[in-house]
Design a binder for this molecule. Structure first.
Ligand SMILES: [Zn+2]
Length: 387
């Protein structure tokens, strides 16, 4: 049995947590020594396209390089994530699925914590809006209507590891597609859409429970009171993810949208792409030429259109405290139990409670600069990073 001590973000107490692979006991110390580090559940990221120079969409990414990128992710406090595959040909999507699932199986059979950390797959596309704006950086030539037959082929190759699908409800077959994937235990999320109110409601009635990076991938100009952002904010059955990198959505939107949605229905994702954790410069995401700028934005080369983010989850938590004017505890909840609940991550939905998986993060918090520094990351009881 192992133990860690850390301050609670919920109050002034100091916690002693005993664990093996699972949390065994979580006790408030009666006479604690002063301590600087906080302890919280490990961060969960439901949208990671690539990290530290490794593109999860590339079927040729080596398993060693994938393991290396996950080790880099551990330094940001992320303990579980959904590798995210974007719009492409069926051959390319299937190739990426095959490669990631083979990597996960290999890590798991070698008892590497990277296997647990790669919790499953999020397929973002290809059933998105074809329109410029909502489509974002997804390649137009591969946008296509929902097909359950194709989903079933993906899921078979994935050995059941597809956990989340982002699609636009504007397609006529969206409701039947949503109810079919939800029946298989997969989360359906609304995103990259120009759907109207009725279409969004129909997708939610069919079982959609999430909005993908709400506020991004939208038209530059919308009707002031009738649009898909208001529809999704108002829909209480949807939990929304947000990319709080300080670039994708402006501070006033973060502040207002999280309040409209409710803090309990808000989740942080990084939407990180391969250049995250790398030096600024030109990179290639599949066939797409992108550029990581010094300000941390990732844009299509020669333009301004965003192609994912380079934010790290520890930064996203700090940014959210600042931009949404909420407490550290509230922002941490968005990156942990809220994400586990909407993403249906087993053993992580109740927080620091005995019986939950022993995924923990210890960190220090500089409240003046909203800076969160990871001290230690623990995945399923194994220390995977120490500063
Ligand atoms: Zn997206």
């Amino acid at each position: 049995m192992l133990s860690v001590l850390g301050k609670s973000t919920a109050g002034s107490s100091v916690l002693k947590i005993d664990f093996d692979g699972a949390l065994l006991a979580v006790d408030d110390l009666l006479r604690p020594e002063p301590i600087d580090t906080f302890v919280v559940p490990g961060f969960i990221d439901l949208q990671v396209n690539g990290f530290a120079g490794v593109d999860y969409n590339d079927p040729a990414s080596s398993h060693e390089s994938i393991a290396g990128s996950i080790q880099k992710m551990f330094t940001t406090g992320v303990t579980r994530f959904l590798a995210t595959i974007i719009t492409g040909s069926e051959e390319r999507i299937t190739g990426a699925i095959k490669n990631l699932v083979a990597a996960k199986h290999k890590f798991a059979s070698a008892h590497m914590p990277e296997g647990e950390a790669l919790a499953g797959l999020h397929i973002e596309g290809p059933h998105l809006s074809a329109e410029d704006g909502p489509r974002g950086a997804h390649p137009l030539e591969h946008i296509r209507p929902p097909s359950i037959a194709e989903f079933n082929r993906w899921q078979e190759v994935a050995d059941g590891n597809i956990r989340l699908i982002t699609l636009s409800p504007e397609w006529p077959d969206a409701p039947s597609y949503v109810s079919a994937v939800v029946r298989q235990g997969v989360v359906a999320s609304v995103g990259h859409t120009k759907a109207n109110s009725d279409q969004i409601k129909a997708a939610v009635d069919a079982g959609a429970t999430m909005s993908t990076h709400l506020g991004n991938a939208a038209h530059a100009t919308l009707h002031k009171t009738q649009n898909y952002i208001w529809d999704q904010l108002a829909e209480e059955r949807l939990t929304a993810s947000f990319v709080v990198d300080g670039i994708h959505i402006p501070p006033v939107f973060v502040h207002s949208a999280m309040r409209a949605k409710g803090l309990e229905r808000s989740v942080l994702v990084t939407d990180a792409v391969m250049p995250a954790m790398c030096e600024p410069g030109p990179y290639k995401l599949g066939q797409v030429e992108v550029e990581l700028r010094a300000n941390g934005s990732v844009v299509l080369r020669g333009g301004e259109r965003l192609a994912g983010s380079a934010v790290r989850m520890n930064q996203a938590v700090g940014n959210t405290v600042k931009l949404a004017s909420i407490s550290l505890q509230q922002a941490v909840t968005m990156a942990t139990t809220n994400a586990a609940r909407v993403g249906r991550i087993a053993g992580r939905q109740r927080g620091l409670v005995p019986g939950e998986k022993a995924d923990l993060v210890r960190f220090t918090w500089d409240a003046e600069n909203y800076s969160l520094t990871i001290v230690e990351t623990i995945v399923a009881g194994i220390s995977v990073y120490k500063s």
